[in-house]
Design a protein around this ligand. Structure first.
Ligand SMILES: Nc1nc2c(ncn2[C@@H]2O[C@H](COP(=O)(O)OP(=O)(O)O)[C@@H](O)[C@H]2O)c(=O)[nH]1
Ligand SMILES: [Mg+2]
Length: 322
């Protein structure tokens, strides 16, 4: 059996290996991904984002259980660039989600990408495609924080859950950083903590002051109680799962899903252009020592970055291919 057949049949080992090989940029990985592509694009992709320690992994674990109750198969990709080794938080996430380890309908993977060109967003996008080809109905992508990188990753998702917690002092900042625009569902987590009510009130006020999006969706707020009061916690995470599925329906009915898929395709093509064009050019400039000469010239103010880059572009594009 070839890789495509195995992955489409849900083979966990083959899928895991391909995800790792893609992350390590092994030469055989990309052709395999290309072959898979025709089998992707059918999953519902849910992003979950928020500060470190906000409870994203805990909620993801609960969401897995909920989606399973709805008879949906689930893939999870935890992206944590702050953990370059398979240790720390990521290992913790794996252990936490171990209760789903025996379930064939669940596949959990972590990505601690080494960065480099193309970056985290592309690596995440590739891994998501592998999960899609495995036929997972829902794919949850967990990302940390709210930097540009994370916003890029979250663009792979169709629906985005933003997790806020009281008392972390970053709520207002979070909202300013453009999170309001990307959130489809808000989770106010750790509601056992002081300030949870206030956070929810402030958020609700902020949301009602924001003009309703063109598509008519107003992001609901789900306040999630204490994890250590299992009954209440389960009821609230069930509500969170329902809101996410409602948003999915809304995306389909409003035609927004098609729009988001187009935006995603554009992003992926742009990312691929960067790695297919910029990466080989940079590699050659580094190998020939030219990049350091260019850098020196700019540093010494003998030249400027634009002149240097344009000269390189002219040389590489002289065939007039475009
Ligand atoms: N007090 C309290 N702690 C929680 C709650 N939910 C999660 N936690 C704890 O918060 C910590 C971070 O959770 P985790 O899911 O790993 O956060 P992540 O970094 O956002 O993935 C863990 O120790 C959880 O047990 C909650 O409702 N109340
Ligand atoms: Mg986590």
């Amino acid at each position: 059996m070839d890789t495509t057949t195995k992955i489409c049949a849900g083979d966990v080992r083959t899928a895991s290996r391909l995800i790792r090989d893609l992350e390590d940029k092994l030469p055989q990985a990309r052709p395999r991904l290309k072959n898979l592509f025709v089998h992707t694009g059918k999953s519902f992709i849910v992003g979950i984002t928020g500060s470190p320690g906000a409870g994203k992994s805990t909620l993801t674990d609960a969401l897995i259980a909920e989606f399973r109750k709805h008879d949906k198969t689930v893939g999870v990709l935890a992206v944590d660039p702050t953990s370059p080794f398979t240790g720390g938080a990521i290992l913790g996430d794996r252990v936490r989600m171990l209760r789903h380890a025996e379930d064939d309908g669940v596949f959990v993977r972590s990505l601690a990408t080494r960065g480099a060109l193309g970056g985290l967003s592309q690596a995440a996008g590739d891994a998501i495609h592998v999960l899609e080809a495995m036929g997972k109905d829902v794919i949850i992508v967990e990302t940390v924080g709210i930097g540009q990188q994370e916003l890029d990753i979250i663009n792979h998702a169709h629906s985005v859950i933003v997790v806020l917690v009281p008392g972390m002092g970053d709520e207002i900042q979070t909202m300013k950083a453009g999170i309001m625009e990307i959130a489809d569902v808000f989770a106010v987590n750790k509601a056992d903590r002081p300030g949870a009510k206030q956070l929810q009130t402030e958020l609700a006020a902020l949301l009602s002051a924001t003009p309703l999006a063109e598509n008519g969706w107003r992001p609901p707020i789900v306040s999630i109680g204490n994890l250590y009061e299992p009954e209440g916690f389960a009821a609230k995470t069930a509500e969170l799962a329902r809101k996410v599925l409602e948003h999915h329906d809304h995306l389909i009915v409003s035609g927004q899903l098609a729009q988001r898929m187009e935006r995603k395709a554009l992003m992926e093509v742009t990312d691929a252009l960067k790695t297919s064009i910029l990466e080989p050019v940079l590699a050659r400039l580094i190998a020939s020592g030219e990049l350091s000469k260019m850098t020196d010239r700019v540093k010494n103010r003998e030249s400027d970055p634009y002149t240097e880059a344009e000269a390189v572009a002219k040389r590489f594009m002289k065939s007039g291919g475009l």
